[in-house]
Design a protein around this ligand. Structure first.
Ligand code: SAM
Length: 278
């Protein structure tokens, strides 16, 4: 992806990154709840590894953005070390600021600005893990609201979601866990639900931004204008740029990629969680 494409498609992670944390809860239904459930699943999945003080837990976060899921893990699990990957440097800059404010030791994590779909990514991640933490395999891979940007079309030559799931599988230790919090549609489950839920969600986003813009109208017209601009950009992004697939189909792809146990413990509209064990 060239720079112009990146700036256009990921407007919220490039030019508007400073508005991301303030507005993302108006974009993704139950954003906080999904992250909280993701954290609880991490705790359950790691089980005994969490109580062992002499063993580091090594985690990878794909599309770490401003750090919502990664910083929570670093804060709450003292033995955890993490590599965060994101395409957009402005998001990683905010991640760094948030982590510094919480005084999280910089030696416990590394942030890499990279495209998870690029050819050399496996090698790049393994080299970083070896240099930083003296390992090449991970106990845990997480990803929130990122993989829905990747293609899944079965009749295309390349299914990017399958490529990423394969990469994650090869980076995990045996018994390691991948937790995916993301947007999913109802393709091959129900055409009616696919359309209906997408409509509910885009209307909800639109209403949220409009409500906030209205309350800014008389106080700060510049902010009101910015919020309306963001509303239009997000609705466009949702309708035309996201590449959602259903949970059912993605669970099939995870199984094809070698995961032995796969399940979906949470779903609300298009937002959901998948859990997969190697
Ligand atoms: C909606 S944000 C989610 C950020 C964070 N995980 C959260 O839950 O708030 C999606 C992030 O994925 C990143 N991203 C998108 N495509 C990517 C790719 N191919 N490789 C790495 N990061 C990517 C974007 O830059 C953005 O920061």
């Amino acid at each position: 992806m060239n720079d112009a494409e990146k700036r256009r498609k990921f407007f919220y992670a490039m030019k508007e990154a400073n508005m991301y944390d303030e507005t993302i809860e108006w974009v993704a239904p139950h954003y906080c709840l999904m992250h909280e459930m993701m954290f609880q699943l991490v705790e359950e999945s790691l089980g005994d590894e969490l109580v062992s003080n002499d063993q580091n837990i090594i985690a990878l976060d794909i599309g770490s953005g401003t750090g919502e899921e990664a910083i929570k893990l670093l804060e709450k699990i003292p033995t955890l070390k993490l590599i965060g990957i994101d395409l957009c440097q402005p998001m990683l800059d905010i991640f760094q600021e948030r982590a510094d404010e919480l005084r999280i030791d910089r030696n416990r994590y590394r942030l890499i600005e990279a495209d998870i779909l690029e050819e050399e990514i496996l090698n790049k991640i393994q080299c970083q893990a070896k240099d930083s933490f003296n390992v090449t395999k991970f106990n845990l891979v997480i990803s929130a609201f990122t993989i829905h940007h990747f293609s899944s079309d079965e009749d295309k030559n390349e299914c990017e979601k399958e490529k990423v799931f394969g990469l994650i599988h090869s980076l995990l230790k045996d018994g390691g866990v991948f937790i995916l919090g993301d947007l999913f549609n109802y393709k091959k489950e129900s055409a009616i639900l696919t359309d209906t839920i997408a409509k509910w969600e885009t209307n909800w986003i639109s209403d949220n931004f409009e409500r906030e813009a209205k309350s800014a109208d008389d106080i700060d017209s510049e902010r009101a204008m910015k919020l309306r601009e963001l509303k239009n950009a997000w609705v466009w992004h949702y309708r035309w740029e996201n590449k959602l697939d259903s949970m059912t189909r993605q669970m099939e792809v995870l199984k094809r990629s070698g995961f032995t146990e796969v399940g979906n413990p949470f779903r609300y509209w298009q937002v959901g969680l998948l859990w997969a064990k190697k």
